[in-house]
Design a protein around this ligand. Structure first.
Ligand code: SAM
Length: 291
């Protein structure tokens, strides 16, 4: 019987067969631990009704485990050298499709429409390339794709920032952006030893459960995110100073009034504000700028 791909012996054999050299610039750190893979698939809640999207299948370690449990797997891989490898390693599975594409440039919505059945629940499951973790996650969230959950292995530090609560030092614009679209939680942390080659940083599995509706009502989403980014521009400054620096000194009084109406003390720092407070504040500023 052929061993699973994600074992040190089989992975080494595949890499040797194809004389594969890792590209650090593409964030290539492959998983060689079946236990971790099965915990990732469990965390996503994959069964044979589910359509799974994977980003960066590598040599197919996670793809194989998804193929065994999901109805269908569609994987985006940027590195052309991996296509013949995947055609070989995934040949026992007839429910996998590999798309040669940079996921950041791909029309994921169209792929979902074409590849999955209507009404099928779709999950994104991936061991993400760490150099593009945030752009990939923000793309998946901002495009409001018909997906239920995103379960990804990412840098531990980024996972902590995404799942952070107000008042902690990790809390920032990334936490709020992600939590506006999804419920975020770190599921478990992962040692470096489960990858080849080993990355320099620790990793964690992050689960984002997509919300049907945002947790707060925002009049203008773009402006809401602009207010948040401005509020964190200089973390040590007060929210009032950050906002007047961003919107201009001539708007000082308008901002002061908006803070007062939103019931936010101007001396507070951005990192202490909840998503509800940011929504109230940005709605007040939008109204006063328009008025
Ligand atoms: N899933 C495999 C595993 O767990 O062993 C490989 C994970 S490795 C961390 C990241 C993978 O993403 C690599 O195969 C890399 O070539 C691919 N990749 C990097 N940037 C990408 C992009 N923009 N779009 C699609 N795939 C990408």
């Amino acid at each position: 019987m052929i061993k699973d791909i994600a074992t040190p012996i089989r992975t080494r054999a595949i890499l040797e067969k194809y004389k594969f050299s890792f590209k650090k610039s593409l964030g290539q750190n492959f998983l060689i631990d079946l236990n971790i893979l099965s915990r990732i698939v469990d965390a996503a809640g994959i069964d044979d009704s589910i359509g799974a999207i994977e980003i960066g299948p590598g040599i197919g370690a996670l793809t194989e485990q998804l193929a065994k449990r999901a109805d269908k797997v569609v994987a985006f891989e940027i590195d052309q050298r991996l296509l013949p490898v995947l055609a070989d390693t995934l040949s026992p599975y007839d429910n996998v499709k590999v798309i040669h594409s940079d996921v950041l440039k791909a029309d994921v919505k169209q792929v979902i429409n074409e590849e999955f059945k209507d009404e099928q629940e779709i999950m994104v499951v991936a061991n993400l390339p760490y150099y593009v973790t945030t752009p990939i996650l923000m793309k998946l969230l901002e495009e409001k794709l018909p997906i239920k959950r995103i379960v990804v292995m990412i840098q531990k530090e980024v996972a902590e920032r995404i799942a952070a609560r107000p008042g902690s030092k990790e809390y920032g614009s990334l936490s709020i952006a992600a939590q506006y679209y999804a419920h975020a939680e770190t599921v478990f942390t992962v040692p470096k030893t489960v990858f080849v080659p080993q990355p320099n940083v620790d990793s964690a599995v992050l689960r984002l459960t997509i919300r049907d509706v945002p947790p707060v009502e925002v009049d203008d989403e773009m402006f809401f995110f602009q207010v948040i980014r401005a509020s964190f521009a200089q973390r040590r400054k007060t929210i009032f100073n950050n906002l007047t620096h961003h919107f201009g000194k001539d708007r000082k009084e308008t901002i002061e009034l908006a803070l007062q109406t939103a019931d936010v003390d101007p001396k507070r720092r951005g990192e202490t504000l909840s998503i509800e407070e940011f929504a109230r504040l940005s709605n007040e500023i939008t109204r006063s700028f328009k008025g």
